[in-house]
Write a protein of this length. Structure first.
Length: 246
């Protein structure tokens, strides 16, 4: 569903950020705003976004550079905004990986239509990726996590996981030895902004530790980084699609 998607609006003009943000919220989207590329990079590293509305002409790093970075790092789709209506500007933006382009000034309804179109295409792409990843597995420590069965294996022993536990463990396994805050984990696993005092992640971490740690009271695989969040401390190997042929 495109409704409820989290969209990052990046523009150095506050009035444009506020206008676009308010309009998209009225249409049922969640929005965050960034005043420049540096601010956008910080927010992109801290949460999951389904789309970025990105101004090209900004002080410091421009939108084209940030768009190129997002494509190189498999980031969310991008709709570029520019006060320049020249074809070369549009062509360069599309060549470096932008999903669409809109010239300023623009009608918010046209921006909304383009956002919906890009998100529909993106959803199809995500569905295809999820289907491809359905046969993946990850090995770490003495465990193997199977995506097709959503279960952990230790030799012949099988431990079932809830949907939330599976998503959380998969997120940690895809980012080994990286500190992730509670807000990041909530956004990456549940696709929503974290609520104040939300303890869902802490409870799921506790349940996972009971299942994978040799001594849950003294965890070594999922470690608490006080004041920052959690980190999976292990060497992880991803075995894409091997299960499908085994």
């Amino acid at each position: 569903m495109t409704a409820g998607a989290h969209i990052l609006v990046v523009d150095d003009h506050r009035d444009i950020r506020d206008l676009v943000g308010r309009y998209l919220r009225r249409q049922g989207y969640r929005t965050s705003k960034a005043k420049d590329a540096s601010d956008a990079r910080c927010q992109l590293s801290a949460g999951a976004f389904e789309l970025v509305v990105l101004d090209i002409m900004m002080p410091g790093e421009d939108g084209l550079s940030l768009c190129r970075y997002l494509r190189e790092t498999n980031g969310p789709p991008v709709i570029l905004l520019s006060a320049m209506a020249e074809d070369t500007d549009r062509i360069v933006g599309l060549e470096i990986g932008a999903d669409d382009y809109l010239s300023k000034p623009f009608n918010p309804r046209e921006l909304l239509a383009r956002i919906r179109a890009v998100l529909r295409r993106s959803e199809k792409g995500r569905a295809r990726i999820e289907q491809e990843e359905a046969h993946n597995s990850w090995t770490f420590d003495r465990w193997r996590l199977s995506a097709s069965e959503r279960a952990l294996f230790n030799g012949i022993n099988k431990i079932s996981l809830s949907s939330g536990e599976f998503k959380l463990l998969r997120t940690l396994l895809n980012r080994p030895n990286q500190v992730l805050s509670r807000d990041q984990l909530l956004d990456l696993t549940q696709g929503r902004a974290a609520k104040a005092f939300d303890r869902a992640i802490d409870n799921q971490i506790s349940r996972l530790r009971q299942k994978i740690e040799r001594d849950p009271a003294h965890p070594t695989l999922i470690q608490t980084i006080w004041g920052d969040g959690y980190m999976l401390c292990a060497h992880v190997q991803s075995n894409a699609r091997k299960e499908a042929t085994s």
